[in-house]
Design a protein around this ligand. Structure first.
Ligand code: LLP
Length: 401
């Protein structure tokens, strides 16, 4: 049991808390599910890029899936080995490509033919061979929120099967590219297995047809996307997930790469916020808290639901919106939720806040980013200090005329 009250007092609010033991369990469950084959779990750093979170997963054996050179640098800093780092993303700058090649990471994931030519040119400049994979867009509807759906031709991600094949042939014929991997990722917060299985089938067929051309894919990257519990979702179990993938690979001798973000860290996280006051506008009840959309934007951005718990022993409940101090009507954590009566200083816990919460936070309204705390084996420790006003103006003040 996490003592939110004590932690709220010790570190102040708003605050992110991450249960590292929970992350360990999630990692082990997934790794175990893939035990029958060679596998590498490359944690999707974008979900929660705190160095201590990355290090915790690296210590368990995880690699990293990165989408910027900043994330690659974080992975290195946290002690992830170069041969466990992959660099994905729909657009990469020349400097990023060069640094990734120099750092000799496992592979750079290409998302277009133009990018292939770019990476080839940079590898040539450096006199090196770049290991690459190609992100295939299987054109499958993943049945998730449109903003986090990525496997349809109407999305900007990856290339279709025919283009991928052409690109593999180009890569094979290049002295500066080594096509070692293949990749697909059809979306995030997936709760249906069939679209993943179908995509895997399509991509595995492509691997087989590449083999005929003497292009031997070693890493079969199934992306991330496993959904977690925010409300009452029926979830895909890691076992069923792994079995579905195995079923599409049959005799293929590949290492399965998997890039989960949310699954590993999402449910480990809690956002702790304090009630400032309540207010009634006509019939409407608002609970105003010290956290805001700049700290946790998922409800405002996607209309996402996060379970909420009010830490007091009031027995009176009525419908309310939980809102923050930011000057936007979209600044809410919950709407029309049956909520206990609150008073100033009461703590509210917002759950499943370990993924895409802190990492998507901003300084909007000159609000400093909040502190992050890890809890492990009953002990708590600060893993990122709260930003101060000084931090916020640091990069501007010398230019003030
Ligand atoms: N691999 C690739 C290529 C990705 O684009 C993503 C997520 C992942 C792996 C990790 O997906 P996960 O296992 O976490 O579902 N901000 C949104 C989620 C955006 C996901 C972007 N890509 C949210 O708050 O729901």
């Amino acid at each position: 049991m996490i003592n939110f009250q004590a932690l709220g007092e010790k570190y102040n609010t708003p605050l992110y808390l991450y249960d590292f033991n929970h992350i360990t369990t999630r990692y082990n469950t997934l790794k175990e599910a893939f035990r029958a084959k060679k596998s590498l779990i490359c944690y999707a750093v974008k979900a929660n890029s705190n160095l201590s979170v990355i290090k915790h997963l690296a210590d368990l054996g995880a690699g990293c899936d990165c989408v910027s050179i900043g994330e690659v640098r974080r992975a290195f800093l946290a002690g992830v080995a170069n041969y466990k780092i992959i660099f994905s993303g729909v657009g990469k700058r020349d400097e990023e490509i060069k640094e990734a090649i120099k750092k000799d990471i496992l592979m750079i994931n290409l998302e277009s033919e133009a990018e292939l030519l770019r990476v080839e040119a940079k590898a040539k400049e450096l006199g090196k061979v770049a290991r690459i994979s190609i992100r295939v867009n299987p054109n499958i509807d993943p049945k998730t929120h449109p903003y986090i759906s990525t496997g349809l031709n109407s999305n900007k991600f990856g290339v279709d099967i025919d283009d991928a094949k052409r690109m593999y042939i180009k890569a094979k014929n290049s002295s500066f590219l080594d096509p070692v991997g293949i990749h697909f990722h059809i979306g995030s917060q997936l709760t249906e297995l069939e679209p993943i299985r179908e995509s895997s089938e399509i991509v595995a067929d492509l691997v087989r047809s590449l083999k005929v051309l003497d292009i031997n894919i070693k890493f079969f990257d199934i992306g991330g996307g496993l959904g977690i519990k925010y409300k009452d979702e029926t979830l895909i179990t890691p076992y069923d997930y792994a079995q579905a993938i195995f079923g599409t690979l049959q005799s293929l001798d590949v290492t399965i790469l998997c890039e989960p973000g949310r699954f590993l860290v999402g449910e480990s996280g809690y956002f702790l916020t304090k009630v400032l006051y309540e207010k009634q506008n006509g019939d409407k009840r608002f609970v105003i808290v010290d956290g805001a959309m700049n700290d946790l934007i998922r409800p405002a951005l996607y209309g996402s639901f996060h379970e909420v718990e009010v830490l007091n022993d009031s027995e009176n409940e009525s419908l309310a919106d939980i809102v923050g101090p930011v000057c936007e009507s979209g600044d809410f954590f919950a709407k029309n939720l049956s909520l206990k009566e609150t008073k100033t200083g009461d703590l509210i816990v917002i759950k499943a806040a370990g993924a895409y919460c802190f990492t998507m936070s901003s300084n909007y309204n000159t609000r400093g980013k909040v502190a992050e705390v890890a809890i492990e084996d009953g002990k708590d420790r600060l893993i990122r200090r709260r930003e101060s006003f000084e931090d916020l103006i640091e990069l501007e003040k010398e230019y003030l005329k």
